[in-house]
Design a protein around this ligand. Structure first.
Ligand SMILES: [Cu+2]
Length: 265
């Protein structure tokens, strides 16, 4: 656990880092939000510590002369080459743990709960393993959101079909009060976005605000049904780390496509 407590240097590539800075202090927001989660994680770390210890206690056996190099056995016995008794060694579980670990920069550190358009309750961590293309919209928007949705569909259309299985396009509502799962589902149907790779999320007020802060998306309610908001499409790798953002409506999405292809090929 102490590893998470270490202040890790932001590990975005230089190019992405520049991009983030261009995006109006995304980096600063990210650092603040992530710091909060580092603290939260530190306070709720007992479970992960336990599972880590359990994994390390699993012994494996190896020939003391290492006749077969690094070969290990799951049970005690003797070496088939030199016949010496195998000796128990600590299992190297670090690679297993590494794939399971969530970096400090990952959105999977956010513990808020969300309803999908299918009324399933999920946490962002449940999206782990897929490249995520995310945008924040609300279904009653008459101005920017229809164009953001079109931009998402343009990105989808430019990707080879076989890449779609490794991807999730996520639309997060900035109006969780209006955008119920039923409403989101109807919106998905109306916009032909009901394939498996599309997911719509209704959060809580605070969950949505927190998520928007991570993305550096700003939004403000103007009337009961209208919000002003940033127009940003964000790409996250399968570990939930932000790797690219495209800002604006109908902008050139070449860089976004290239990033997604890199992550899914
Ligand atoms: Cu809008």
């Amino acid at each position: 656990m102490y590893k998470i407590l270490k202040t890790k240097k932001m590990n975005f590539s230089k190019k992405n880092h520049e991009h983030l800075i261009n995006n109006n202090g995304v980096s600063k927001h990210l650092k603040i939000v992530i710091s909060v989660f580092v603290l939260l994680m530190a306070m709720t770390s007992c479970n992960s510590d336990k599972s880590k210890n359990a994994q390390q206690e699993l012994a494996v056996y190896q020939c003391p002369m290492q006749c077969e190099g690094d070969k290990t056995y799951n049970e005690a016995g003797s070496c088939p080459v030199c016949k010496m008794d195998l000796k128990a060694i600590a299992q190297e579980s670090s690679s297993e743990l590494a794939t399971d670990e969530i970096s400090d920069e990952s959105i999977f550190n956010l513990t808020s709960k969300w309803n999908t358009e299918e009324a399933e309750v999920i946490q962002l961590e449940d999206l782990k393993g897929k490249t995520l293309v995310m945008v924040m919209i609300y279904t009653t928007c008459k101005a920017a959101c229809p164009r953001l949705v079109a931009d998402m569909r343009n990105i989808e259309a430019k990707l080879p079909k076989e890449n779609l299985k490794d991807l999730k396009f996520i639309l997060v509502s900035i109006d969780p009060e209006t955008d119920t799962p039923e409403r989101l589902k109807a919106f998905a149907k109306d916009n032909l976005m009901d394939d498996l790779h599309w997911t719509f999320l209704q959060g809580t007020e605070s969950g949505v605000r927190e998520f928007a802060n991570v993305l550096a998306v700003k939004y403000k309610q103007i009337t009961p049904l209208d919000f002003s908001h940033s127009n940003i499409i964000s790409v996250f790798n399968s570990g939930g780390e932000l790797v690219h953002q495209q800002e604006g409506l109908g902008v050139d999405n070449k860089e976004t496509i290239r990033t997604i292809l890199d992550l899914t090929n």
